[in-house]
Design a protein around this ligand. Structure first.
Ligand code: DGL
Length: 265
């Protein structure tokens, strides 16, 4: 049971920013990653559609007898956790709660900004979690739909990227937030530009490392931490595997070997 893999899914490559942190925090764990590249983006789709996709993705991961599933996608986490927990009896970890908890810990003036996809922002999932941790926090959110294609294109430092980031973030700056949650798995790659636009006084919260901590804590509490010396990882995409590997390596910062097409879509 301890050596069973951790299943991780995202709508595409973005969830690999979470995998990177899991590799750092849990180097002895084997992972099975699934990027639903055939149906990306999730951020513009309805909660019903995303729920259906999320359950199908988890069903696929269950084929590998995973011991825990990480929903490494903010849009899927903000819409599908209840449906997944209802259907599957293993622990399901989302990315919203760890990000909200961290933001509450770091804010000094209780003004927290949230950026994400349309569906994540509309769901108000971050606001609900923030309220769960603190009644005093005032949240302000903004959908930034152009950030995902900019990251996928690798335009991380271009002048045009800076201008787009500035245009989206201006209303948040006006609200005098001191903490900004990156509520989308793609956004950590834009962190330097976002930080430059917001200024040093605004703390940027990226939930990936908090998610890895939460996975560690859950597995430890259950006595299911693996001690494997050389865990073997598996990577799947539902379409365009080569493209997934090429872009994904930027997110992961290492080579992705042996990626295959998942056959259920
Ligand atoms: N992975 C998605 C998220 O974190 C962003 C990409 C998409 O829209 O599918 O919200």
């Amino acid at each position: 049971m301890k050596t069973r893999p951790i299943g991780i899914f995202d709508s595409g490559v973005g969830g690999l920013t979470v995998v990177k942190q899991i590799f750092k925090r849990l180097p002895n764990e084997e992972i099975v990653y699934l990027g639903d590249t055939a149906r990306v983006p999730y951020g513009t789709k309805s909660p019903e559609t995303i729920k259906k996709y999320s359950v199908e993705n988890a069903d696929f991961l269950m084929r590998f007898k995973v011991k825990l599933i990480v929903v490494a996608c903010n849009t899927a986490s903000s819409t599908s956790l209840d449906a997944l927990r209802e259907k599957f009896s293993i622990p399901i970890v989302g990315v919203i709660k760890p990000g909200a908890e961290k933001a509450v810990q770091v804010t000094r003036n209780n003004r927290v900004g949230i950026i994400g996809t349309y569906t994540t922002v509309k769901s108000k999932a971050y606001e609900k979690e923030l309220r769960h941790f603190s009644r005093d926090v005032e949240a302000v959110s903004k959908a930034c739909p152009l950030f995902v294609p900019l990251v996928e294109e690798g335009w991380l430092k271009e002048g045009v990227t800076f201008d787009i980031v500035k245009k989206y973030l201006k209303p948040l700056m006006a609200k005098k937030i001191d903490t900004l949650i990156l509520g989308c798995t793609h956004y950590p790659l834009l962190k330097p530009v976002i930080s430059k636009v917001m200024g040093r006084h605004v703390k940027i919260v990226d939930s990936a490392s908090s998610v890895a901590d939460e996975v560690h804590n859950i597995l430890m509490a259950l006595g299911k931490l693996s001690g494997q010396k050389k865990p073997k990882h598996k990577f799947f995409a539902t379409d365009a595997v080569e493209h997934f590997v090429r872009v994904g390596e930027k997110f992961l910062g290492t080579k992705i070997k042996g990626a295959r097409k998942a056959d259920y879509v």
